[in-house]
Design a protein around this ligand. Structure first.
Ligand code: ADP
Ligand code: MG
Length: 199
């Protein structure tokens, strides 16, 4: 079973890997964006960790809803509201249970990813974070490592795509040949899930 401590570890591991990879995320956001994705998420997850320490939420759902709220209030740009919605909606779907199993987490994350698609209007193949998140959720029934591989593959597979949503879409065909920064950070988020599980 997964308790609040597991979800705290997930957020901590995400913050650490966003920190480590911030320059790469910003570099990916340079040719097809405005070179701020790494710094956006670094600022956001830093404030997530500070809020988790200060407020010490006691359930999985509360850890994620607080984290989502922090991202929305501290990250400007497209990715803040989108990642914030992902975590808030996932947290809401977990309700106030003290522990959840992997199946419940998979179902809740599915609701979170659906909410991101509803908010941003992106579908798979549009060269966004959705291209990592949807395959990850699809693979989650096979465990965290399977979800991590699926997200990484999904992020790599954005390179030949033309962007149809977000800033990169303004470039039209010139967005082809670059890996999407948001899909790349989503792969980090899913990898952190496996890390939190010790897998
Ligand atoms: P901004 O584009 O406002 O500078 P970021 O650089 O932080 O924001 O995030 C860019 C990432 O956000 C993109 O790489 C893409 O994955 C994701 N993104 C942008 N628009 C959308 C959308 N409508 N739906 C899903 N993801 C999106
Ligand atoms: Mg940007």
């Amino acid at each position: 079973m997964l308790d609040a401590e597991f979800f705290r570890r997930w957020m901590t591991a995400t913050a650490a890997s966003v920190d480590r990879e911030a320059e790469r995320l910003t570099a990916l956001d340079s040719p097809i964006g405005d070179a701020d994705h790494g710094s956006n998420l670094q600022r956001g997850f830093k404030s997530v960790i500070a809020a988790l320490e200060k407020e010490a939420p006691q359930t999985p759902g509360a850890v994620l809803t607080l984290s989502g709220r922090q991202l929305i209030s501290t990250v400007g740009g497209a990715s803040g509201p989108l990642y914030g919605t992902l975590l808030r909606r996932t947290g809401k779907a977990l309700g106030d249970a003290a522990e959840v199993d992997e199946g419940q987490l998979a179902e809740a994350l599915r609701a979170g990813v659906d909410a991101v698609m509803a908010l941003g209007g992106a579908a798979p193949g549009d060269k966004t974070m959705i291209d990592a998140l949807v395959p990850a959720v699809d693979a989650l029934d096979d465990g965290f490592p399977a979800a991590r591989s699926a997200a990484e593959q999904g992020a790599l597979a954005t390179t030949p795509l033309q962007a149809r949503k977000g800033r990169a879409s303004y470039l039209g065909e010139r967005s082809v040949g670059h890996q999407d920064p948001g899909a790349t950070s989503s792969a980090l988020l899913i990898a952190a899930l496996a890390e939190a599980a010790g897998e």
